[in-house]
Design a protein around this ligand. Structure first.
Ligand code: ADP
Ligand code: MG
Length: 251
């Protein structure tokens, strides 16, 4: 086998699959993010110099104790809050440069968000909840796509149920289907298993892992639960508002 001198510039080395991955545009880039909350004289630096790059198809868990800045980070990534400094770049778009209207449209089309507290519409059935974002996006196949998504999250038999008639785990599955409706580039989840028992939480995480593997769905999941985090490919710790890459988990 041919060997290359150690001094050979990387640019001349043969292209490998690895190099191709490295050249792909990241789905998410956080550049030196700061978020400071001011209440009267009190300043809380919730994020400082936060940096993160997420490539297409990655499954990243962000862990950290309560108050570490996890929800703040997710609200900045989701465009629901703006940083005091730094950039959030999603699929090459710096979301701070968008107008409020453009940002709302961008969020609707590019980002799916699943929260712990379920945000399903109580008077709509599971199917109607999933159809709502599809109809907003004026998709003609809303009904068929909603049915496919609900089947994919294991709720083919529950499509005509309203949220109150579903279990907590089933409601989270509907919420995941809603978040996936418009094929987001990025799915964000904030402590989505926080109110579930551990067996149900693990099933919801297993579902996310399956969606990640089968659709190359890019996932950023925030959790204080180590078992939930262990399902991810990559773990990033947030402490005192800073992000620290953790050693790779075993297979
Ligand atoms: P986590 O989700 O990891 O529990 P948060 O992002 O909610 O952490 O909070 C990070 C820090 O910022 C905490 O000290 C919290 O008290 C503070 N914080 C969060 N939201 C606000 C707010 N709206 N106003 C003032 N301080 C806030
Ligand atoms: Mg939180």
């Amino acid at each position: 086998m041919e060997t290359f001198p150690a001094t050979m510039p990387a640019s001349l080395a043969p292209a490998t699959a690895q190099a191709t991955v490295a050249l792909a545009q990241p789905v998410l880039q956080l550049q030196n993010l700061y978020k400071i909350y001011k209440e009267g004289d009190i300043e809380t630096v919730a994020l400082r110099e936060a940096r993160l790059t997420v490539q297409p198809g990655e499954f990243v868990a962000i862990t950290g104790r309560s108050g570490a800045g996890k929800s703040t980070l997710l609200s900045l990534i989701g465009g629901l809050a703006t940083p005091n400094a730094g950039r959030v770049v999603i699929d090459g778009t710096d979301i701070a440069r968008l107008s409020e209207g453009e940002r709302a449209a961008f969020r609707r089309e590019q980002i799916g968000i699943v929260y712990q507290a379920d945000n399903l519409i109580s008077f709509l059935t599971a199917q109607e909840n999933v159809m709502a974002p599809l109809q907003l996006a004026r998709r003609k196949d809303a009904r068929r796509r909603a049915q496919e998504l609900l089947a994919e999250v294991g709720l083919a038999q529950r499509m005509q149920h309203r949220p109150a008639m579903l279990s907590g785990g089933e409601r989270q599955r509907v919420a995941i289907a809603v978040a996936l409706a418009n094929e987001p580039a990025l799915l964000l989840a904030d402590e989505l298993t926080g109110e579930l028992d551990s067996a149900t939480a693990d099933k919801v995480m297993a579902l996310l892992a399956t969606l990640n593997a089968s659709h190359k769905l890019t996932l950023v999941v925030v959790t204080h639960n180590k078992l939930v985090a262990a399902r991810a490919h990559r773990q990033v710790l947030i402490a005192d508002g800073q992000l620290f890459e953790q050693a790779a988990a075993h297979g």
